[in-house]
Ligand binder design. Structure first.
Ligand SMILES: *Cc1c(COP(=O)(O)O)cnc(C)c1O
Length: 428
């Protein structure tokens, strides 16, 4: 389709958009009495109206039933987390019993590493991507130290080539090959938080297995953003937060995937608690831990129902739409945003570099733009004019045109504001 930088064309795309009605399911921040253009759904998704309803339901049940709510609430609390199995498994391409929700992301990665990072003999090394999200760097460093090893010699970072913004799959695969039988674990972010690059989860997972290592994925920016088949791709484990593309609210519960092949493997250690114990016998208060033979067997504590409630509301919406349909719109709206940015850059002779991969298979709902010659003033201008974007030093703005609630007209309007912002800067 040939795009046009006109309001009528953007409105035409909105009329064709099968997901357009979902915008109404969200609460938008307002500036000067107008809904903002929200491009930071990759950082904190907007609030689904249904999330408010689900949280209120828990509050009401708590008020009316107190302890009885565990069994007699409208959605009983004792197995509330099991309501995620069906819808969440569809979103990540898993079998229902391969997913669970608990804790928060970095905590879950620590817990999953307790199972899947077992350095022994010379097989001690971990491969990750250079400049991973800080929490992942700290996670890996401290895990390595926890085992009495030296991060400098144990952690192997795959690097970008000089002058390139993105990783090459071939470089990751050859690094895995090179480390070979010293490799214990590959742990990478499925979608890079800075550039939006989508990694080849299937190929990298297969390669890790071919040298005898486990592979885990941090799917913080992938879940609800790209289509995945974690079961088929033989991923050992994965975890994600729910407050980015999944719109479950600040600090809400994290999701985990553990491949079914590991569910009953007793040679794998885990850190247990009563919520992972045989469900039928949980309240018998038995002395011996008997893990549930599914991802739920990695549960530890009784979960925060108030944090699961908004997530459940959101997960149900995603399952209703399906990732296929969502990704279709995502590709179109991201392409439209790219088109608008390039048009504006031509009109005002700005030197923007889009550092997100151009290939639609290697990116999702995010464009990161390196603003050569433009500074933070442009970011401030955008924010003051109702465009919520994210700024990363030294001069990158990240734009996430989230398909669930972004209109094509938003993209057109953003173009106008961007153009005015640049003209204002250059005239000063
Ligand atoms: C957002 C994000 C996190 C956040 O971790 P929390 O434990 O939820 O605070 C971690 N890793 C990556 C890659 C992220 O994008």
């Amino acid at each position: 389709m040939k795009f046009e930088n006109t309001k009528s064309f953007a409105q035409f795309l909105d009329q064709q958009d099968k997901l357009a009605k979902y915008r109404n399911e969200f609460n938008f921040p307002r500036l000067n009495n107008e809904e903002v253009i929200y491009f930071t759904g990759n950082s904190l998704g907007l609030q689904p109206k249904k999330a408010v309803e689900y949280v209120n339901e828990v509050m009401q049940d708590w008020a009316n039933l107190a302890v009885e709510g565990h069994f007699y609430a409208n959605k009983p609390w004792w197995d509330y987390h099991e309501r995620f199995n069906q819808p969440l498994s569809k979103i990540v391409g898993a079998k229902p019993l391969e997913v669970t929700v608990m804790n928060t992301l970095t905590v879950n990665l620590h817990l999953l590493m307790a199972t899947f990072y077992k350095p022994s003999g010379k097989r001690i090394k971990i491969i990750c991507e250079e400049k991973a999200f800080p929490s992942d760097q700290y996670l890996i460093q401290t895990q390595v130290q926890w085992h009495g090893l030296d991060p400098k010699t144990t952690i192997v970072e795959v690097k970008r080539r000089k002058g390139e913004h993105n990783f090459r799959t071939e470089d990751i695969l050859s690094k895995i090959e090179e480390v070979g039988d010293e490799l214990a674990l590959v742990l990478i972010g499925g979608v890079n938080y800075y550039t939006g690059q989508v990694f080849d989860i299937q190929a990298i997972s297969a390669k890790a297995h071919s040298v005898g290592a486990f592979v885990g994925w941090d799917l913080a920016h992938a879940v609800g953003n790209i289509e995945m088949n974690l079961n088929e791709w033989q991923v050992d484990f994965a975890a994600w937060c729910s407050y980015k593309y999944m719109n479950a609210g600040p600090g809400s519960a994290s999701g985990c995937f553990i491949h079914e092949k590991h569910h009953t493997n007793t040679t794998l250690n885990r850190l247990g608690g009563w919520w992972g114990h045989n469900k039928e016998r949980r309240f018998l208060m038995e002395p011996q831990f008997d893990a549930i033979s599914s991802a739920h067997g990695w549960q530890i504590s009784n979960p925060s129902i108030l944090s699961l409630a908004p997530y459940l509301a959101s997960v149900e919406m995603f399952a209703e739409i399906g990732m296929k349909q969502l990704v279709q719109k995502s590709k179109q709206i991201t392409a439209y945003l790219e088109f608008i940015i390039r048009e504006i850059a031509k009109e005002v002779k700005a030197n923007f570099e889009i550092i997100t991969p151009e290939q639609s298979t290697e990116r999702a709902s995010q464009l990161s733009i390196l603003l050569h010659g433009s500074g933070k003033e442009l970011f401030t201008y955008l924010m003051k004019n109702g465009v919520i974007v994210d700024w990363r030093e030294p001069n990158v703005i990240r734009l996430a045109p989230v398909p669930l609630y972004t209109k094509f007209e938003d993209i057109y309007n953003f173009g106008k504001i961007l153009k005015n912002g640049i003209l204002e800067q250059t005239s000063n």
